[in-house]
Design a protein around this ligand. Structure first.
Ligand code: ZN
Length: 256
């Protein structure tokens, strides 16, 4: 086990996660992601570098603002832990290969969307656009210009298919079945996973998501559930299961 790198990527993930939390929370409100600096929403006390350390600052401050003692939502450290795990897992699967850059870009987008879609039911266009530009540049550097351009075809196909599924859903349910953000998200899925796998991620996400959504609708008494995180879950499972079985066995051995 290359534990050393796994720890580095976990720590990197928690730091990035702390930033993605801010991005996912501010973009849907059209707020700047750099100004104002991170502050307590209650007393507006600007957080010092020590108070910005992921997870640990929460533990040392016992979940409270240093200044006004207002409690910090537990989802903040939990999201940082999740981001750390996702980065470590992404490294574990892709190792220090060029594809790791693409994978981390993709995972980062999914983490930001998780925050914005759960909180506001919005997948910000800016996030999708910046992700696409980064992926395009990375593909040119890693696989060459023609690959970066040709793989736009499966991306477009995934986008069109999702658009048609939405139209069908609108007719079946007689209301908006999903948001425009979900359709644009499929463009990115198609660009990273290819066409059939992007579609498969919709089905995997929906099947796993159905019991979860039923449960969420019961407790929130809402008829709307954010579809983005379910799609993301499907995409991650499909993307990561490209790893071979020996790696899965290694991982299970290591955990037990
Ligand atoms: Zn405060």
């Amino acid at each position: 086990m290359d534990l050393y790198y796994i720890i580095i990527f976990f720590v990197l993930g928690t730091v990035m996660g702390s930033f993605y939390n801010v991005v996912g929370d501010r973009l849907p409100n059209n707020e700047s992601i750099v100004k104002p600096r991170s502050h307590c929403p209650k007393c507006h006390h600007i957080l010092s570098p020590l108070e910005l350390i992921p997870i640990l600052s929460y533990v040392f401050q016992k979940g409270k603002c240093k200044n006004c003692k207002a409690s910090i939502p537990i989802v903040h450290p939990l999201f940082e832990i999740l981001s750390g795990i996702m980065f470590a897992l992404t490294y574990y699967i892709f190792k220090l290969t060029p594809e790791l850059a693409i994978a981390l870009t993709f995972i980062s987008m999914l983490l930001i969307i998780l925050v914005s879609d759960m909180n506001y039911m919005i997948i910000p266009d800016e996030v999708l656009l910046i992700t696409f530009i980064l992926l395009f540049i990375e593909k040119i550097i890693i696989y060459g210009l023609s690959d970066a351009v040709y793989t736009l075809i499966p991306a477009l196909l995934a986008f069109i298919t999702m658009f048609l599924i939405k139209k069908l859903g609108d007719v079946l349910f007689r209301r908006e079945s999903m948001g425009g953000g979900d359709i644009k998200l499929l463009f990115i899925f198609g660009y990273v996973l290819g066409y059939p796998l992007a579609l498969l991620s919709i089905f995997v996400g929906s099947i796993l998501g159905l019991p979860l959504s039923y449960f969420l609708m019961k407790i929130t008494k809402s008829h709307e559930i954010p579809f983005g995180p379910l799609l993301s879950l499907g995409a991650i499972i499909i993307y990561f299961s490209q790893m071979n079985f020996n790696q899965i066995i290694d991982l299970l051995n290591w955990m037990s």
